[in-house]
Design a binder for this molecule. Structure first.
Ligand code: FAD
Ligand code: MG
Length: 350
């Protein structure tokens, strides 16, 4: 079992590493960049023999994250997403990257029958969870905002080498449930292009473990315990060239009159998902899919998730149920998953 938690600032998936990674003259050197981006702490760590190559790869990656954030953020007035929202009902010319993320978001919305829906923006704004404007809206406000959530009204196309997106009148895109994953995939590809063979891309706990660890072994990723302080994990996933993403109700929420309102919204009710799950992790080669799917599984709850996962055996997930803290994993995770919290019970989904 690894002995040191190197990175545990933000959350959901924690990169664990043995102290010995950095010792000894023959060990590869490492380089790191850390910055507040995408509303969270972004930390990129790379290992290799050529320090100059590592530094260049990291600088290019941080610049790329800044560029992609400027296209995809709802908090930046000039972003493509803000332009799409400000011009709802009309076609807007966007970058190919924006169209690609929106297309992937729609694909995941279709796959999850709308449990994940990138047109959730009107509800996200109304509730304001995670902002200083957070409040419990009235039923009529929720109904009005909910009526605007429908991914089937998003329209995308390409013409003359240009990309276009339109949302229905009054609709609002919010890519907060998928864009970090999509950006992690881009950074994974960029680092590989630059010759990096071993890296941890950590976008606020949305992790891509690139290649093998510098010891030539699998990475160890800890899953944040949903009911314990940050950095305390309940399980460890072995990962090689794979992403692990977690959604939980314990990161962004506010409390009013003793009720907790968290940031994962159920498009069918317009309210924070009344899920019996308290944490969902998805393990996937594609971080964008993992990001969208863990949000969707959280909304679905345990029973619907179990049916969904049986129908999609290619998706690997770890579900934690509230109350008794039972942990459920998909069958293919058996060989690379270790439950480290002895008080929790493990069940393998059929
Ligand atoms: P996830 O479960 O992955 O996603 C939850 C988020 O997805 C919600 O916050 C909401 O935005 C959206 N969502 C909720 N329900 C659904 C649903 N059913 N289907 C689809 N989507 C849903 N945060 C800041 O505080 N300030 C910033 O300036 C800021 N900028 C950002 C810029 C970008 C490009 C991105 C990707 C994120 C940014 N964020 C910012 C963070 C963002 O607001 C979310 O809090 C974050 O993406 C949630 O990620 P998560 O992994 O915690 O939860
Ligand atoms: Mg997500």
């Amino acid at each position: 079992m690894p002995s040191v938690i190197i990175a545990a600032l933000s959350m959901a998936v924690i990169f664990l590493a043995a102290r010995t990674y950095m010792s000894g003259l023959s060990e590869p050197s490492s380089a790191q960049r850390e910055s507040y981006r995408l509303g969270t702490v972004v930390r990129l760590t790379v290992w290799g023999a050529d320090k100059a190559l590592l530094d260049r790869a990291l600088d290019d990656s941080m610049a790329e994250i800044t560029r992609l954030e400027s296209l995809l953020s709802v908090n930046i007035a000039t972003s493509d997403v803000s332009k799409i929202n400000a011009n709802s009902g009309r076609v807007v010319a966007v970058s190919p990257e924006t169209k690609e993320v929106v297309a992937l978001a729609i694909k995941n919305a279709e796959k999850t029958n709308g449990a994940f829906d990138p047109t959730i923006g009107s509800l996200v704004r109304l509730w304001g969870i995670g902002t200083k404007n957070a409040r419990v809206p009235s039923d009529s406000e929720i109904d009005a905002a909910r009526a605007l959530v429908d991914y089937r009204r998003v329209f995308l196309y390409e013409k003359g080498g240009k990309s276009y997106v339109a949302v229905g009148r009054g609709q609002s895109l919010d890519l907060g449930g998928i864009a970090k994953g999509w950006i992690a995939d881009r950074i994974d590809a960029l680092l590989k292009e630059r010759g990096v063979k071993s890296a941890i891309v950590d976008l606020g706990g949305n992790i891509y473990a690139l290649g093998e660890s510098p010891k030539g072994r699998e990475w160890k990723l800890g899953l944040q315990h949903p009911q314990k302080p940050r950095g305390e994990y309940f399980a460890v996933v072995d990962a090689v060239d794979i992403s692990v993403v977690t959604s939980g109700a314990y990161e962004r929420y506010f409390e009013k009159d003793g009720v907790r309102y968290h940031h994962i919204l159920d498009p069918s009710t317009g309210r924070p998902a009344q899920s019996d799950l308290i944490s969902v992790s998805v393990v996937s080669k594609k971080s964008a899919d993992a990001d969208a799917l863990c949000t969707a599984l959280f909304v679905m709850g345990l029973d619907r998730s179990a049916v969904f996962l049986k129908r999609h055996p290619d998706i690997q997930a770890v579900l934690v149920k509230g109350g008794n803290n039972a942990v459920f994993i998909t069958p293919d995770l058996k060989g690379c998953f270790e439950l480290t919290d002895g008080t929790m019970a493990l069940e393998v989904l059929k």
